[in-house]
Ligand binder design. Structure first.
Ligand code: PEP
Ligand code: MG
Length: 560
């Protein structure tokens, strides 16, 4: 079959079917801008909001220019003044204002979104210029737009309009952090494409949990796609088609409709499944427990709707990412309590902060991704917690207090040394002592460890001596066993859960835990991946923790 399309890119599809829509290119540095639709009658106020912000920046720059002309050193100010001129000219240029007005009035984008969209449009024009001086002016434009965005931050945001009335939009970016992805959970996009990223990077994990079509590692997609291009995201095949012909579009619309029909049938059979309380059984007749992985307390609704029998992994670091001020004990107590209360007595496993590597804190905390040569081998997860005892104790106190509403299983990530285990136990004791000292009530917790470093998998008896339960983090166990960065698409073909070394570590961990009478589950992506289900069941695993969006097809597969 011959294609006649503007462009085609291939990446790693995360599943979720087909999405068709207009491309919204976002620079990762501006991904924290809110994206929502406004109603048509809100447009004049939104246009005014941008105009006011721009005027403030114009006045600021003019004042700065004036102060430079008074400066004693006449040489440097002359150059600076010329830069100010360029900035003022770019800011007051009609192309910027008209484009922003277009996106607000015609597309109903909120002000910040309209501004960054028009910035991308003009930036593309600068990129295409032959004159290198003009090409370099793109940087100036980005600087002035950043200033206007800062000004806009303070002004009131409108209530988002109903997304259903708007055309479908696909977000295309070079890279997105997991924190950006979490923000997009409540945004307007129906599909995601990034140039970089592996299938089990945290960005991909959050995208998958949203259950919408997404492709990572699509190499140069963000260069191939222009703002507003029509794109097709086939997330099952990992294919991105840019500006498709009518014939290809029709074929994919059909595929999308078929997929939706199958999905609705899926949901109907799932709800029949949920109502029918028949337990999920392994071939030997023993029960299989299905637990949910969540990132935010609000995700418990999806977990319950999918029929989860508890929470197997609450990744609490998502409460901490993208925040200049980290959550205090009260805020954490409220978040953990919300999950325990929502799950109505079902098991709730909450993992302590797994910050670091591809899940950095806000740069204001001085812990930027890539600062160290090998961040995945650095101060991550429990290592960071033990290096920041005040932070760790705050989280432990919040967890202990939330356990008043129901038992919590506290899960510690990335342990490898017996010394670390002992330190953790001491910290839990200290948190209890601190609560006793101020007379604050707390409840009962269980303590578990993630097995996600090969060293841990090789000394399982040591872990079983100290912990009530274990949970296998297959994402990291594969990464660390095979020395393959899970976020690097250039080595993604070597990231293999079927590798005999990985299988050996998983099997021996499961068997030793069962023999010791301790509970064991898998909470990495492997748990929801049907290609691994039979092998895991054969190893004796009966507890699987996965995204709520994967439960329906897992159940169907397991019943077969
Ligand atoms: C894992 O490593 O498998 C896991 C569940 O933890 P995370 O994906 O958050 O690193
Ligand atoms: Mg992990």
């Amino acid at each position: 079959m011959s294609f006649s399309v503007h462009g085609l890119s291939v990446g790693r599809g995360l599943g979720g079917g087909v999405a068709i829509g207009r491309a919204v290119r976002v620079l990762s540095s501006r991904a924290n801008v809110a994206h929502y639709f406004i109603t048509p009658d809100q447009a004049p106020a939104e246009v005014q909001r941008v105009r006011t912000a721009r005027n403030v920046v114009v006045e600021e720059l003019q004042r700065l220019q004036l102060s430079l002309s008074d400066h004693v050193n006449k040489d440097a100010p002359h150059e600076l003044s010329a830069i100010m001129d360029v900035h003022l000219m770019l800011l007051q240029d009609d192309t910027l204002a008209e484009g922003v007005r277009h996106y607000i009035e015609e597309r109903h984008y909120n002000a910040e979104w309209a501004l960054t969209t028009q910035l991308e449009v003009i930036a593309e024009q600068f990129d295409a210029m032959h004159d290198s001086y003009m090409r370099e002016r793109k940087g100036d434009l980005e600087q002035v737009v950043e200033r206007v965005l800062k000004q806009l931050q303070g002004s009131a945001q409108l209530t988002a309009a109903n997304q259903a009335n708007h055309e479908s939009l696909i977000l295309v970016a070079h890279d997105l952090s997991p924190a950006d992805m979490i923000r997009f959970k409540s945004d307007v996009f129906s599909g995601f494409v990034t140039d970089v990223g592996g299938k089990t990077s945290h960005t991909a994990i959050v995208a998958r949990s949203m259950g919408i079509p997404a492709i990572v590692g699509a190499k140069s997609a963000s260069q191939l796609v222009r703002q507003d291009d029509w794109v097709i995201v086939d997330a099952d095949a990992g294919v991105l088609i840019v500006n498709p012909t009518d014939r290809i579009l029709a074929q994919y619309r059909q595929k999308q409709t078929d997929g939706l029909a199958a999905w609705h049938e899926h949901l109907a059979s799932e709800s029949r499944d949920i109502k029918q309380s028949a337990p999920l059984l392994a071939p030997d007749g023993t029960a299989i427990t299905l637990l949910a992985n969540i990132e935010l307390p609000g995700d418990t609704a999806a977990a319950l709707a999918a029929g989860a029998q508890g929470i197997g992994l609450f990744r609490t670091e998502f409460l901490f990412m993208g925040r200049a001020i980290l959550p205090d004990e009260e805020e954490q107590y409220a978040a953990y309590s919300e999950v325990v209360v929502a799950m109505k007595g079902m098991p709730v496993t909450i993992r302590t902060i797994d910050i670091g590597a591809d899940k950095p804190l806000d740069p204001s905390h001085g812990q930027e991704y890539g600062v160290h040569t090998n961040p995945a081998l650095g101060l991550r997860a429990i290592r960071w917690c033990l290096a920041e005892p005040a932070m760790f104790l705050t989280q432990l106190r919040a967890l202990l207090r939330a356990a008043v509403h129901g038992r919590i299983e506290v899960l510690i990530p990335m342990l490898a040394h017996e010394g670390e285990i002992k330190q953790c136990l001491l910290m839990v004791d200290r948190a209890r002592t601190q609560l006793d000292a101020v007379g604050v009530a707390y409840g009962e917790i269980g303590l578990g460890a993630m097995i996600e470093v090969p060293a841990a998998a090789l000394i399982v008896p040591t872990f079983l001596k100290y912990f009530d339960f274990l949970s296998i983090g297959s994402n990291d166990l594969i990464q660390y066993t095979l020395a393959v960065d899970r976020t690097d698409e250039t080595v993604a073909h070597l990231y293999d859960g079927n590798h005999p070394a990985v299988q050996f570590l998983i099997e021996s961990t499961i068997k030793q835990s069962i023999a010791a009478g301790k509970s064991i589950s898998v909470c990495g992506e492997m748990a929801g991946d049907e290609s691994h289900t039979q092998a895991l069941l054969a190893m004796g695993l009966r507890s699987f923790s996965m995204h709520p969006s994967q439960m329906a097809s897992f159940k169907k597969f397991a019943r077969q």
